[in-house]
Design a protein around this ligand. Structure first.
Ligand code: MMA
Length: 193
């Protein structure tokens, strides 16, 4: 079931990458969508929480906030969807307290236009996932007081297909309204004969 996601009329395969981080907290899963519109990251000495706004067939869907209520700083990453999309996510993870399990300490998000962050503290094990021809369609992870771990679902898309898809749609629409099926033509001809 997972891995086959219908987006409009096209069946798209998604893969899950990650997780990065530790084993604490409990699991959460936002599911999959058409793309990411915005991400709110609350942070301080680590990533306290994340909340993602997705796009589902042109409508905005705000997922739940994952993590705790702490953190003194907030980053609101608003992408110019759909022209702007995430091209890489990187960060660091390690325990914040001695003897604790690893949590996400920092996050940097790059789009095809900008770099957001780093947010948090770049300490511990680094991770990086650059996507070439991949589009993030959903996040999942673990959280408790903080964001313990992060993974995401990626769908394979060529960066040019958005325009191509629009052109294809337009082409089909034009055909639909200008082309009459052969029997209709015959009927027309008969009617006017
Ligand atoms: C809680 C608990 C842990 C989790 C941390 C960080 C303070 O402990 O849920 O399992 O690792 O928060 O999120």
């Amino acid at each position: 079931m997972e891995g086959e996601k219908k987006v409009g009329v096209l069946a798209r395969k998604t893969i899950t990458v990650g997780p990065w981080g530790g084993n604490g907290g409990t699991t959460w899963d936002d599911g999959s969508y058409n793309g990411v519109r915005s991400i709110t990251i609350v942070y301080d000495r680590c990533i306290d929480s994340v909340r993602v706004e997705y796009d589902k067939n042109g409508k905005s869907v705000l997922a739940e906030k994952h993590g705790g209520s702490g953190g003194s700083q907030t980053a609101n990453i608003r992408l110019q969807y759909p022209e702007e999309f995430i091209t890489s996510i990187s960060g660091h993870y390690c325990p914040v307290v001695h003897g604790g399990s690893a949590v996400i300490r920092s996050l940097t998000i790059k789009s095809n236009r900008r770099t957001f962050g780093p947010f948090g503290v770049e300490e511990g094990t680094p991770f990086s996932f650059p996507m070439e021809g991949g589009l993030i369609v959903g996040f999942k992870g673990r959280s408790g007081w903080y964001l313990d771990a992060l993974s995401f679902r990626v769908s394979r898309v060529q960066t040019s297909t958005l325009l191509e898809r629009m052109q294809l749609k337009l082409q089909k629409l034009t055909q639909k309204y200008t082309q009459q099926p052969p029997h209709a033509m015959t009927n027309n001809n008969r009617a006017h004969a």
